[in-house]
Design a protein around this ligand. Structure first.
Ligand code: PLP
Length: 458
């Protein structure tokens, strides 16, 4: 297969393939993806032909207030008219101060904030903070965990495929099984670790829910061992799981809370690592240490005003409560619609973060003949195929990036019952066509042949 084995009349496709990501376009061309997304508003996205899609991906959980919320647009317009100093490095920034104060109120007692621009950077801010505050070098992280693709965050990447090409990475990083307190306790007992990095729900590993009480107990073990618990709420934070932060129902507060994605209002990149004042003071409290962490765009005014308005919209429109109610409705309706389906293993989640795990639940003929083939098809192809079929029915969603047989559903928190119903109906209808792995294989093969005949038309 050559680099240009696909064809397309749309110049942006070729330009993207030539200058941004050739292999991605090649992969999309395999099935004839055929669309460029160019406009978005609330829960809706439109492609270059004007076709409308219901967005159940929402920028991987970034568009919690919906796309291009009119209040964010208005705030950005007025900000641009203010001739404010966007990058303020010559003294305290009033915009960063105001946002940090608003976040502190939400996350109390985590009242000091390190700003950054991406989730991965903010996770690294948390890890650096832990090293600087504890004087220890090691990091514990969870198998399956996903925290970004910088070299630091790759060192704590729970997925080998993503990590391997970049090794050797940071020394002293040890994986532990997610949800296993006994193993965690044993590692913590060595007193080598600055931080234990963990997600409250593992998003990209396939919406993996921890056992009840796991996080609170882990925080307790960490405190006794002098290790900081860094909670990665990059995807779960700001209402996604039906509470402002996912840790809140568990009755504990982490040492460090990492936020990103939704803080941006999906418009202006920004992230934050919040901690208690005494932890921050240990790390960066001295005048010869105040500048050990920072970056040019960290806490820029444009991103801060967007984030602040995002917090106001979340509160004024009661979107956290909506996430809880709508999420429960989504779970219940999916469970009812997909009950007994031979290719649906589980529907799980909290708030508007829901995973549908696909794969054979019983031993069909093909499974007895070739279990490895069935496992391969369900793991590698089925989730992507269902996502494509949903796209063709006007619904956007994606499998979890590290477990392709789990469809991850995470619409804007503005989603209403009618949107939940549309999603459930679309998924139910697509899955009705596939009650075994054989029809999946048949349809995928047919599509590949059709694409071959059409000259791999994008
Ligand atoms: N942490 C979690 C839980 C994530 O889901 C992601 C991205 O998907 C990240 C960190 C990395 O964020 P970013 O892509 O903004 O660097």
């Amino acid at each position: 297969m050559g680099a240009d084995f696909w064809t397309s009349d749309h110049p942006a496709v070729a330009t993207y393939a030539r200058h941004v990501n050739p292999a991605f376009v090649k992969l999309l061309g395999l099935f004839g993806y055929g669309r460029l997304f160019i406009r978005a508003r609330d829960v809706w996205v439109w492609d270059h032909l004007g076709r409308q899609y219901l967005d159940f991906l929402a920028g991987f959980g970034s568009a919690n207030v919906g796309h291009n919320h009119p209040r964010l647009i208005e705030r950005l317009r007025s900000f641009l008219g203010e001739e404010a100093l966007n990058l303020c490095h010559v003294g305290p920034s009033p915009h960063a101060a105001e946002l940090a104060e608003a976040l502190a109120k939400l996350a109390e007692p985590l009242t000091v904030c390190l700003f950054a621009s991406s989730g991965g950077e903010a996770v690294e801010a948390g890890l650096k903070l832990a090293r600087a505050a504890t004087g220890r070098a090691g990091f514990l992280y969870c198998q399956g965990g996903f925290h970004g693709t910088n070299l630091g965050t790759l060192s704590v990447m729970g997925e080998e495929r993503m990590r391997k090409p970049f090794e050797p990475l940071l020394p002293g990083c040890e994986p532990v099984p997610y949800g296993d307190l006994a193993v965690l306790k044993a590692y913590l007992g060595t007193h080598r670790f600055a931080a234990f990095l963990v997600e409250p729900i593992q998003c990209e590993a396939g919406v993996v829910m921890p056992p009840a009480g796991y996080l609170a107990e882990a925080q307790d073990l960490c405190r006794r061992a002098g290790t900081l618990l860094v909670l990665d709420e990059v995807q779960t934070g700001l209402g996604r799981t039906g509470t402002m932060f996912a840790y809140q129902p568990d009755g504990f507060v982490p040492d460090v809370l990492v936020l990103a994605k939704a803080l941006s209002g999906s418009l202006a990149p920004i992230s934050a690592a919040l901690t208690r004042p005494e932890v921050h003071a240990k790390a960066y409290g001295a005048t010869d240490r105040f500048d050990l962490h920072g970056s040019t765009f960290a806490g820029n005014a444009l991103s801060c005003v967007t984030a602040l308005e995002t917090l106001h919209v979340l509160a004024d429109e009661e979107l956290v409560a909506n996430s809880k109610v709508r999420g429960a409705e989504l779970l219940a309706r999916l469970r009812e619609r997909l009950a007994g389906h031979p290719l649906v293993r589980e529907v799980r989640g909290r708030g508007l973060l829901v995973g549908v795990e696909l794969g054979p639940t019983e031993k069909g003929f093909l499974n007895r003949l070739s279990p490895a083939l069935v496992e391969m098809v369900s793991k590698k192809a089925f989730g992507q195929w269902v996502a494509l079929r949903l796209l063709e029915r006007g619904v956007i969603c994606q499998p979890a990036s590290q477990l392709w047989n789990v469809l991850k559903l995470e619409p804007p928190l503005t989603a209403q019952s009618v949107h939940v119903a549309q999603m459930v109906e679309a998924l139910g209808d697509v899955l009705d066509e596939y009650r075994g792995v054989t029809p999946v294989l048949r349809d995928v093969t047919e599509r590949l042949v059709r694409q071959f005949v059409a000259g791999w038309r994008f």
